[in-house]
Design a protein around this ligand. Sequence first.
Ligand SMILES: Nc1ncnc2c1ncn2[C@@H]1O[C@H](COP(=O)(O)OP(=O)(O)O)[C@@H](O)[C@H]1O
Ligand SMILES: [Mg+2]
Length: 278
Amino acid sequence: MENTHITNSSTGTSAIELSGIRKTFTLSEDKNAQQVLALDGIDLSINQGEFLTIIGPSGCGKTTLLRIMASLILPDEGRVIVEGEAVSEPDIKRAMVFQTFGLFPWKTVLDNVVFPLIVRKYPAQQTREIAIQHIKQVGLEKFQNAYPHQLSGGMQQRVGLARALSTGADILLMDEPFGAIDAQTRELMQEELMRICQEEQKTVVFITHDLNEAVMLADRVLLMSRGPGQVREIISVNLPRPRTEYDVRAHQEFVRVRGHLWRELRNDLIEQRTEEMV
Ligand SMILES: Nc1ncnc2c1ncn2[C@@H]1O[C@H](COP(=O)(O)OP(=O)(O)O)[C@@H](O)[C@H]1O
Ligand SMILES: [Mg+2]
């Protein structure tokens, strides 16, 4: 074979690579309409198997960035490379999980999980098996015939997670997925997500506005600066895994990273308030 550049996961192809991402929204059809610069030159490389959390003030462009990573929207400028290939449309390597769960209320748990597999034209007998396997993985085997309204918020988000996992996506793109779940259930969901992602070597990009959650889950935390959205800082979290086996919050690394992020975010919020007042 020619001695060309050979890249694969073991030689370090990124799961997602963003370069020079810019995105502007226009607020109406009017040609004098106001423009909002949502992302202003994002460069970012996410490793395979990495857990990256994103934190930043409301409106700083987190959701826009995640939707661009999913190719649900296209940037005005810049490139999105997934596992070495430029992309411009959604594909099965990437699955989104939303805060509002995104379940069909008229479908059972099983049918909700089966749905994306049918859309992707998996063979019919396989879809059921795959769906049931992932419903078990998130601990909902007894509820496969229940409807979403019969489940708690935490259980509904487990269905959302099972659905994302069942597509076989290597990359999970999660937009404040536990934001609507009570605090204790949320901790259980965090543990479960960490376990599943470690077992299956998923790459995860996870938006949260909860500092503890951002540090607890992450290999690295991306801190965005408030609009126009830019990468302010990326911080590595050097906490051993599995993190369920000790009190992470008491670890000095947790306290260090959390303290640092809090000071940065606090400054941003104070500046924002001051500008709003003048
Ligand atoms: N579809 C859209 N149309 C117009 N403006 C938008 C749209 N989506 C987002 N924006 C604007 O872009 C900025 C970033 O939004 P978003 O990515 O939702 O931020 P975050 O998720 O960090 O709160 C905000 O000013 C928001 O109002
Ligand atoms: Mg958002």
